[in-house]
Design a protein around this ligand. Structure first.
Ligand SMILES: Nc1nc2c(ncn2[C@@H]2O[C@H](COP(=O)(O)OP(=O)(O)OP(=O)(O)O)[C@@H](O)[C@H]2O)c(=O)[nH]1
Ligand SMILES: [Mg+2]
Length: 313
């Protein structure tokens, strides 16, 4: 058996060291990520994937750490993946996550991991989605995906989660940023964190009025959370569970979209990655040579090549 198969088998049996090793391989090597995804069993069990997004330092990791406690009380296995697609691995951020979620590190049924976009920027979505498949196959029940921002190049958290929690805090200019990025419209729950600070109530009113004026169809719950006062977390958890169970159908239809999107994205990435190889074969190679020597215009050639590829199917 090759190394990847052994690692996948061990991961499915619950070996966290093998899981960690596989994630490093996924981060580093796009083709191996593809191979790993083909080794995973089809996962039909419902895994609840919760996206937690917001500007740096708003308190995402702190909130996740508090929420983990509730899910662990129900004896569910919890995974956390922190993705930062904008910067290469930074010791600081990872250290921060470790400190924030420290109390859970020794728990056998909690797995926390930061993902960096080391090797292949464009593949971050794919990398993250393979990691989530891996965690699902390893029988994690709830998976948190922490990201800074929502729609950076090559990565959209919405492609991979069931529910999105937006974390914002008062006094930070965060509100304007959030509005600009259009994140309000896609959030399912807003955690107004650091709620002990002045300005929290004011910010809530601003949010509510912007919901009214912007005709966003759904009413997004806004929940105050505070580490200092140690409150709001239970309410946030209850809201997550409510959306999770009450809108079961909604989540299933979202899950269908997620699966389909994943299929299409994978295919796109495979094409992009392998196009140079495809073009080096047979008739396509001849067309490529003609373009190179100026015997045919690149756009006409692209058109012919495209038709040949499509007809081949
Ligand atoms: N005053 C106050 N500080 C908080 C609260 N929640 C979190 N913090 C602090 O805010 C800082 C950042 O918290 P994190 O949970 O690491 O924030 P984050 O959004 O995960 O940060 P990045 O991952 O670096 O983007 C830490 O020092 C926390 O202790 C809160 O409710 N009130
Ligand atoms: Mg964090």
């Amino acid at each position: 058996m090759n190394e990847l198969k052994i690692l996948v088998n061990d991961t499915l049996k619950g070996n966290k060291r093998s899981l960690s090793r596989l994630i490093s391989i996924i981060e580093d090597d796009y083709n191996k990520a593809i191979e790993i995804s083909t080794l995973l069993p089809l996962e039909r069990r419902k895994v609840f994937k919760i996206g937690v997004t917001g500007s740096p330092g708003t308190g995402k990791s702190t909130i996740i750490s508090k929420l983990i406690t509730f899910y662990r009380e129900k004896n569910l296995k919890v995974g956390v993946v922190a993705v930062d697609p904008t910067s290469p691995i930074t010791g600081g951020a990872i250290l921060g996550d470790r400190i924030r979620m420290q109390e859970h590190y020794s728990d056998e049924d909690v797995f926390i991991r930061s993902l960096a976009s080391r090797g292949y920027m464009e593949g971050t979505t794919r990398g993250c989605s393979v990691v989530l498949d891996l965690l699902s196959a390893a029988k994690f029940d709830v998976i948190f995906v922490e990201t800074v921002g929502v729609g950076q190049i090559g990565f959209s958290i919405l492609d991979v989660v069931d529910i999105l929690v937006l974390v914002i805090m008062p006094e930070s200019g965060d509100f304007i940023q959030t509005m600009k990025a259009g994140i309000l419209e896609i959030a399912d729950i807003i955690a107004l964190n650091k709620a002990e600070k002045q300005g929290a109530e004011y910010m809530k009113r601003m949010l509510e009025s912007s919901f009214e004026s912007s005709q966003i169809p759904k009413k997004v719950p806004i929940i105050f959370t505070s580490e200092i006062l140690n409150n709001g977390y239970e309410e946030l958890y209850a809201e997550l569970e409510k959306i999770h169970f009450e809108s079961g159908n909604d989540i299933e239809s979202k899950a269908k979209n997620v699966r389909l999107n994943k299929f299409i994205k994978n295919l796109q990435l495979m094409f992009l990655e392998n196009l140079p190889n495809i073009l080096n074969r047979g008739e396509l190679k001849e067309i490529q040579d003609k373009v190179e020597f100026g015997e045919i215009s690149p756009s006409v050639a692209a058109n012919i090549a495209y038709k040949k590829i499509v007809n081949y199917c």
